[in-house]
Ligand binder design. Sequence first.
Ligand code: FAD
Length: 406
Amino acid sequence: MTKAIDLFIVGGGMIGSALAARLAPCGMQIALLERDPPAAFDPASLPDLRVSALSPASIAFLEQANAWPSIQTMRTAPFKRMQVWEKRQDQGTLFDAAEVDATCLGHIVENRLVQLACLSALEGHDNVTILCPDEVSAIDYHNGHSTIRLKSGQQFTANLLAGADGAQSIVRRAAGIALDSMQYPMHALVATVGIIGGERDITWQRFTPDGPQSLLPLPGDYASLVWYHRPSEVRRLLALDNEGLLDAFRTHFPAALPQITGLVQKGSFALTRSHANEYARTGIVLIGDAAHTIHPLAGQGVNLGFQDAAVLSEVLLKAWQQGKTIGALPLLKQYERERKLANHLMQRAMDAFSYGFSNDIAPLRLLRNAGLKLANHQGPLKREVIRYALGLPLSKTLPGISRLRA
Ligand SMILES: Cc1cc2nc3c(=O)[nH]c(=O)nc-3n(C[C@H](O)[C@H](O)[C@H](O)COP(=O)(O)OP(=O)(O)OC[C@H]3O[C@@H](n4cnc5c(N)ncnc54)[C@H](O)[C@@H]3O)c2cc1C
């Protein structure tokens, strides 16, 4: 038997489950499909490898989705300052939330806890069906109508099919939407490490000619370490035993960091920039990594996804309240117009950062040194960088930058 519903979301990761949680109270019939059930939270557990730096704009959306309070009752690490530097020993440039009268720049949260909180925000909403664990076996998309068949044998039709199924999106392929993509010539080595000493309300990032290095404090005496490097070097580092890898961290990461005491977990990720040519067709829409992936050096990937979910949910809620069809193309294109350019600009900014900082070409080295020094002494410029990190609109004091964002 085929079940007809309003909205079928493929992918219950951070973005798909947050979209469902934001829309659940309006009463539309929603199905959320997720292949891998997240493990329940255990306060005694060590931190997961996959974490994200959530911006205040993302947190505001998670509050609207009624998920933020339960994230806070689990665990997060708020940070108020970001330190950025080039040389291992120099003082670097400090960006402080206090300079724009904000209380924090963001929170580091384990991805699984964001997902769990969004799923728990769906409890008690009889209009939402969670299909987990299950996965798509086939999607038939013809003339704006989708039939979704699941491995379990269940079958659905939906007025709107949302692809929140990540970079390898099956929904994107079913809609025949093309993707521009390119692989960066570096991988990310990610590790959860034990730390002692040092400050904890701060994130650190250092730019080296091989790629950036960062350390993000986690709750307790832990931190998430990310080291971008040539794929062959990342493979070599990962092949070292634990002591060898810890020695490499201690030798190559800045001396000012808290002392690294042990290794909890390690892994690596290939880095791809990708952008779907369209975000919508009649009855189909893409959000989050299904629509775009970005260099993670400034931790913006999931933050862009939450902004997609925020804009899409506003468009859908308005249409729903006015009794309009939620799969109508003009409506979905309104979402695409608002988000595609913003995502594109952020992708290009990250490329400029990655290229501008990850090389040793003398003029670029001088330019970035001058830029960091200028940011250190120039109040307005520094405040704009902080506002950008907060996901706030830029102020009117730097009209050139405001125009770029508009
Ligand atoms: C090293 C690294 C560090 C990063 N750090 C940050 C950071 O600090 N801040 C930040 O903002 N971003 C960061 N990102 C990016 C961020 O992780 C992604 O942007 C984010 O996870 C995307 O979320 P999503 O829900 O769109 O997709 P995903 O996390 O990929 O979730 C997709 C979900 O869909 C499910 N799914 C897929 N196909 C199917 C199917 N056929 N049937 C059923 N279910 C399916 C999957 O199981 C998964 O749960 C980082 C990325 C990397 C690689």
